[in-house]
Design a protein around this ligand. Sequence first.
Ligand code: CP
Ligand code: NVA
Length: 316
Amino acid sequence: MAAINGYPALAELHGRDLLSSADLTAEQTLALLQLAADLKAGRIQVDLAGKTLGLIFSKASTRTRVSFTVAMARLGGQTLDLNPQVTQVGRGEPVADTARVLSRYVDALAIRTFAQEELADYAHWASIPVINALTDLEHPCQTLADFLTLQEAFGEIGGLTLAYVGDGNNVAHSLMLCGALLGVHVRIGCPVGFEPDGAVLEQSRTLAAAHGGSVEVLHGPVAAVRGAHALYTDVWASMGQEEEKAERERAFAGWCLNEELLAEADPRAIVLHCLPAYRGLEISAGAMEGSASRIFDQAENRLHAQQALLAALLGR
Ligand code: CP
Ligand code: NVA
């Protein structure tokens, strides 16, 4: 399996965790995107025969679950569903015990949960790579697919302007951190009270300063998207915020990513959404289905980006 030797920046990722987009350097992120593009084009093959990825998902998932499962299958490995409902995790077995036991059976864990601290706890106790498959704080696997999609549309990523309009949530946080690393100008447009986390904002601004990008928070949708190369949105109420849905719909009135907003962006601008989407709320049906939309390529790219990540963490 000499394959990934051609990506020297990935050597240090072997056996590591991916808990945050900021766990990667700019060089590692770009190398992962290159490997993902090469895997997608069939220019390279990686063999993870005999490797098993455990999936511990405490929240619903279509894309992440299926793309990780198919990614492992395509690489010759396998996945195991270790959801809390079917394991002793649901009965309260401590993370310290679960993580140490599972490390004796499987080669990596992809975990979707609420608190970032719980993910960090798994990573602390596990002796195998732990991958963030979404927490309330971040969604780094999504972001790799997002920047792969931008790379396909524009070639060079550094210097582009990415406007995210909506809630300052997990998806926004990973876009800010990864975008900052890649020298992207990231604009977060959100209503007052729905800004991204202050610590993530500070961290992403530090990274942006070192890599030639910027991270701005704006409170008007038009100001956020003007001249941008990519318009991105996500649901207004994330998993775990179901009870706030009605209140959030009121607060986000006027923040729909629609054709009018798209007209304010760069003429080459693409439309992105991590999915699942609510048409008529955070995005219009027209923006989703229009010619600028790359949303379904973006969803496909989850598969290629995660194959690259698994190859880097587990390949030799
Ligand atoms: N975008 C994303 O993570 O989708 P799922 O919740 O379906 O995995
Ligand atoms: N922000 C959303 C993303 C879903 C993929 C959530 O956390 O529910």
